[in-house]
Design a protein. Structure first.
Ligand SMILES: CC(=O)SCCNC(=O)CCNC(=O)[C@H](O)C(C)(C)COP(=O)(O)OP(=O)(O)OC[C@H]1O[C@@H](n2cnc3c(N)ncnc32)[C@H](O)[C@@H]1OP(=O)(O)O
Length: 315
């Protein structure tokens, strides 16, 4: 089955706006169960694209698009996509409330599964713990924990200092992202990948420049409106009644093994806990999908195999 696609879309993804959010929906039947998928702070709702450049492209094989589910993903408020930037930074609780309100506005009363990586996992934990909004029936938390690690909070504070002391906002973004990259990858990968620290420095600075090139001034709001929230949040796992699948990465410094194991131990209904060995650290949630896609598929309710064929818009 080939669905018509919108003017500028590469897949059958439909975009919409609700309560300041831009969202992307890969729709099956209009009444099909909803799966929410949210990525890290630099994510947009466009998870997959025909040319392979979607934010979480490797999840495409796991989920979408199938006729019997609707996959919904939001651009973050203050993020690099098309959602609004709030007048002032929101806390994680406020972000979560805004999300669940937007889902309610879309007529979603229950979410069959919330699949969240990194920031998206933190939001999923909050959404599942809150007593209002759509019911979350299953939650997959990938590379996230119920509170921030002290080291990652410290390094985010340094990112703020870099922004404040840089010669220009652009330079601030490059340096802050470069430092952030140290928290996204592991010491082992740097050891294997680079001949010396100059090569590694070139790589992380290139990542900062890449973020700036792609997103311009919006890249700045990542640091002013999103990352600060991550230094100060806590969710009580005991308030989460739905089954949770926890996926962690052995070399992750944002959600280190000790914290992820603590989350697993505190959850009333941990369906399964998977700790993946990888040199990619926190980026394991993007780079190591092949290592967890089977357990994730098993955790999420069965999807029919009648995949919708992707097509470019002929207009
Ligand atoms: C709490 C939270 O939510 S935090 C989570 C936030 N997570 C993120 O924002 C993701 C961060 N990670 C990234 O951005 C990574 O680059 C990923 C995951 C997107 C891709 O990882 P990989 O596939 O391993 O690619 P890699 O890190 O090598 O980067 C590739 C790019 O860097 C460039 N690059 C790689 N090495 C070098 C180098 N030594 N010098 C210059 N450029 C380099 C490549 O040319 C390529 O650029 P292009 O995409 O413009 O062609």
């Amino acid at each position: 089955m080939v669905l018509p696609v919108g003017r500028s879309f590469y897949t059958n993804t439909r975009f919409g706006r609700v309560k300041g959010f831009r969202y992307a929906a890969d729709n099956g039947r209009a009444d099909a169960p909803v799966i929410v998928i949210q990525g890290g702070i630099s994510a947009t709702g466009q998870l997959w694209r025909l040319d392979g450049s979607g934010w979480w492209q490797s999840l495409y094989n796991v989920f979408a698009p199938a006729e019997d589910v609707q996959v919904i993903s939001f651009d973050y408020l203050g993020g690099v996509g098309g959602s609004d930037t709030p007048t002032q930074p929101l806390t994680v609780t406020e972000h979560t409330q805004a999300y669940t309100d937007a889902l309610t506005q879309l007529g979603v009363e229950s979410v069959e599964a919330w699949v969240g990586g990194s920031f998206g996992g933190v939001l999923g934990l909050h959404a599942a713990a809150q007593q209002h909004g759509p019911v979350i029936r299953r939650l997959a938390v990938i590379g996230a924990a119920h509170k921030p690690s002290i080291q990652s909070a410290l390094l985010r504070s340094f990112q703020q200092l870099l922004l404040q002391h840089a010669e220009s906002p652009q330079q601030g973004v490059i340096l802050a992202r470069a430092l952030a990259m140290l928290t996204y990858r592991s010491a082992d990968e740097f050891e294997q990948r680079f001949a010396n620290s100059d090569d590694a420095l070139q790589y992380v600075l290139a990542q900062g420049e890449r973020l700036l090139r792609r997103h311009g001034n919006q890249a700045n709001t990542l640091f002013t409106h999103l990352t600060p929230a991550l230094n100060d949040y806590q969710v009580d796992p005991k308030r989460i009644s739905c089954p949770v699948q926890v996926i962690g990465f052995a070399s992750d410094s944002i959600a280190p093994t000790a914290l992820v194991a603590e989350l697993e131990a505190l959850l009333p209904h941990c369906h399964s806990y998977l700790s993946i060995e990888t040199p990619y650290g926190h980026d394991g949630f993007i780079k190591n999908v092949a290592d967890y896609q089977q357990p994730l598929r098993h955790f999420i309710p069965p999807l029919k195999t009648s995949r919708l064929e992707l097509t470019e818009n002929p207009l």
